[in-house]
Design a protein around this ligand. Structure first.
Ligand SMILES: Nc1nc2c(c(=O)[nH]1)N[C@H]1C(S)=C(S)[C@@H](COP(=O)(O)O)O[C@H]1N2
Ligand SMILES: [Mo]
Length: 308
């Protein structure tokens, strides 16, 4: 099931002003994107979804790449943009193991190769209470899982970020228990919304956003979307994710966006859209970040206050 919109928002939004048509075409070709030809800039200001894509206005490239959480490069929002330049992302490989038919160390080219690279304009909601709209490029994680062959006993997927303190100054401090780890239940990992992002705005993923490969799970709080992945394991047991490990009273495994379950120290009912300006009114946070039609069934019968 695929809902591809004719018009690619990345070509009509502020970032497009920085790139001429030719560069956009080249960038799109480089990521394997089929560049659509935008005839006009369609006005869409509602919050409904067009296929997988939100019709809300995407944040600018500058906003998306200068306001980040990537604690390996420091805890400040500007630290990743300032410090991630020193990260070596080529060569890059991903070790895939656990309950799979074809375990091994896969070069990035073999991870990305043969996949349908799509553009997905997703809402993104951080557990801290801010949000953005981001035009990602990437492929559905289920394509990679099909490639390596998931064994019947596998129930979860565990992801690990690169551990390289030489290039990641935050890892020289005990901010978190490194390396950063995240996990999904297998059905969540197989969901067509779950993306392995390789780019944004038609360009290779900037380092501060998790180059060269990061997870994007748009119905969950941002911390589930683990960056700069070097290891993927299929497991029978629920993996221990870094933020739950750091504080299980405040952060769970599921971490579904839920305006009715507050963080112990703040409300989750509303969110502040980055770029809206200091006087912008907060907006209502949506259950599953607005993706309930695609994901609510997976949690039928579960107590989401207990499994938060
Ligand atoms: N490895 C790693 N992945 C991470 C983080 C991190 O600190 N380290 N921060 C998470 C959090 S809290 C958020 S909100 C998003 C931020 O993604 P962005 O900077 O691309 O917006 O990345 C997530 N992935
Ligand atoms: Mo976050």
């Amino acid at each position: 099931m695929r809902f591809k919109s004719e018009l690619k928002y990345s070509e009509v939004t502020p970032r497009a002003a920085y790139l001429n048509r030719r560069q956009i075409m080249a960038a799109a070709a480089g990521t394997g994107l089929l560049a659509a030809t935008p005839a006009f800039a369609q006005e869409k200001v509602d919050v409904s979804f067009n296929g997988f894509d939100t019709s809300e206005k995407p944040n600018s490239f500058e906003e998306i790449t200068n306001y980040n959480n990537f604690y390996e490069f420091g805890t400040g929002k500007e630290d990743p943009a300032a410090n991630a330049g020193q990260l070596t992302t080529d060569p890059w490989s991903v070790e895939i193991g656990g309950l799979v038919d074809k375990p091994g160390t896969y070069d990035l080219a073999d991870v990305i190769g043969g996949k349908d690279i799509d553009e997905r304009i997703y809402r993104f909601r951080c557990v801290e209470g801010w949000s953005m709209v981001i035009p990602w490029n990437g492929f559905e994680l289920n394509q990679l899982l099909a490639q390596v062959g998931v064994q019947p006993s596998a129930k979860y997927v565990r992801f690990e970020t690169l551990y390289r303190p030489d290039e990641m100054p935050g890892q020289r401090r005990a901010i978190l228990d490194w390396p950063y780890v995240e996990g999904l239940r297998l059905d969540e990992a197989m969901n067509p919304l779950t993306l392995m992002a390789t780019g944004l705005y038609g360009e290779d993923l900037p380092k501060q956003n998790g180059a060269p490969l990061r997870l994007v799970v748009p119905w969950k709080y941002g911390f589930k979307s683990i960056k700069s992945i070097v290891k993927i394991d299929l497991t029978a047991e629920e993996p221990v994710n870094t933020w739950k490990d750091a504080n299980f009273r405040e952060y769970g495994f599921y971490s579904n966006v839920n305006p009715t379950v507050n963080h112990p120290r703040w409300s989750q009912a509303q969110e502040r859209r980055i770029g809206g300006g200091v006087f912008a009114k907060p907006q209502e946070t949506l259950m599953f970040n607005g993706y309930g039609d695609w994901v609510a069934d997976m949690y039928a019968g579960m107590d989401l206050t207990k499994f938060f």
